[in-house]
Structure formats: C-alpha cells, structure tokens
Design a protein around this ligand. Structure first.
Ligand code: CA
Length: 261
C-alpha cells in the first residue's frame, strides 16, 4: 500500500555497511550505499531518500559535514552513527540536523526499532503527502478559517500562529516575523506538538513518547532538542527576548503566552 521507502547508507566499513543495508532492506527499504562522504551526498542528491544513515568517521569528509550537506538538499530522516558515546553527546548539541543517534555496536533489531520510531512520529508529513498527519491536535490551535477546506498543494496552507511564530504544518515551515527558521524534523515536530495545545504542560515522557515512539526513556533527548529549538527561534525574534517555550520545573514544557515574542 505505502510506496517503497528509500534509504542511503553512508559507511566506510564494509561489514557494517552490509549489516545496515541488509537490516534496512529487511525492513522494506530500497537501499543505496556509499563508502565515502562525497559519494554519500551524491547518492542523496540522486535518489532523494526518506532515510540516511551516516557514519561519523568517514575517510574523506567527516559525518558532521556530510550531515550538513545532506540537510541542504534533503528532508530525509538522518541517523548519525558513532562508536563513541561522548561524540554522540557532543553531536546532539551541535544542531547539525540529525534526527537520531546510534552508538556502535548495535544490533539490526536496534536499528530497525529506531527507524520505526522515527517514521511513526505523529506529524511526520512527507512532502509528497504519502503519509498524512494522523494527529488532529494540530488543528486545535488558532488556525486560519480556510483550514478545513480540503486544501491541495495550490491552496493556501493552514498556519498555526503563536505570537510572532507561524507554523505551516503542510509545508513544514516555521517562521518568526516572516523569517524562516532552519529547524530539523525533530525540532519542527516538537514545536508543532507544543503549539497544538499551547496551554498544556507537556511532560518530557509524553513528548518522548509522541515524537520518538513508545519505549523511550532518554528524557535528556527532549531537553537537548528543546534547547536547540529555543536557540533557533530566539535568534529570529526581537533582541533580548527568549522564544516563548517555558520550562515547567520538574514536569516539562509549555508555550508561554505570546507577549513580546
Ligand atoms: Ca567509519
């Protein structure tokens, strides 16, 4: 029923490249693989994949640079893979645009679980509309009146507004005062979720569950992505004001009343 999903695997180690390719193929992906960063970027441009797995240590470009280049040309989910846990922690703070991180060694099952979790996220709307949004929560915030007309690509998109922030869930664009924020998929999904019920306090556990899927306990992930999201929004807002995402101590996050921001 659903169209075949495609993946690009970028990994210089032959065994691991084979393992990931096999694992994703078993999961129903059509996989292309590259053994270097440059070849990987070329493959992404050529195949416009839904998923990219990216080894951090590559012989030509490092994985961070490859990730940035992939992000420039692709909306794919990106999983960064590294043998070092401390590297993963550093990467999460760098805003390089990866959606998930995996530490070597990992089992095919673990990779499959991660990939499933990413693709299950509620508002992972594909650009071509092959996966529709399943969560009606997004329409409960302030929306344009045209919202419910079955809009197609030409029709004006529904915008969800919160002060200076405007979210276009269909085009997956966020603007602050009309300037587009360069958000990762995860950051976008996080903001869309918070803004869908702006008075609600969202616990880290609930956000983790709705964005990453059930079974996750790494609440630290949510904190890191909220931090990055805030920074990116704040940059585009009025000087001296922070993005209106409040930390509710001991619980989680909620949107603040739009005031100056
Ligand atoms: Ca490597």
């Amino acid at each position: 029923m659903s169209p075949t999903r495609t993946a690009v695997v970028v990994e210089d180690d032959d065994d691991i490249r084979e393992l990931i390719t096999h694992s994703l193929t078993m999961q129903g992906f059509e996989v292309s693989a590259a053994a270097s960063g440059l070849a990987g970027v070329e493959l992404v441009v050529a195949t416009d994949p839904d998923l990219v797995t990216l080894d951090l240590g590559l012989p030509d470009l490092d994985g961070i640079e490859v990730c940035r280049r992939v992000r420039d040309v692709s909306q794919a989910y990106v999983v960064m893979i590294s043998a070092r846990t401390d590297e993963i922690d550093r990467l999460m703070g760098l805003e390089i645009g990866a959606d998930d991180y995996l530490t070597k060694p990992f089992s095919p099952r673990e990779l499959q679980a991660r990939v499933n979790a990413m693709f299950r996220r509620p508002r992972a709307v594909r650009v071509n509309g092959s996966e529709a949004a399943t969560d009606s929560a997004a329409t409960t915030a302030t929306t344009d009146a045209r919202a419910d007309e079955a809009s197609r690509d030409d029709a004006p998109h529904t915008l969800v507004r919160h002060g200076r922030i405007a979210v276009d869930p269909e085009a997956r664009i966020v603007t602050v005062d009309g300037n587009e924020a360069d958000l990762t998929r995860t950051e976008f999904d996080l903001l869309t979720t918070l803004i869908s019920a702006p008075r609600r306090v969202w616990s880290r556990a609930v956000l983790l569950d709705s964005l990453w899927g059930p079974g996750w306990t790494e609440e630290h992930l949510v904190e890191v992505h909220v931090g990055n999201l805030r920074r990116k929004l704040s940059r585009l807002g009025p000087a001296g004001h922070r993005a209106p995402i409040r930390t509710v101590r001991g619980v989680g996050y909620r949107m603040e009343e739009p005031d100056a921001f």
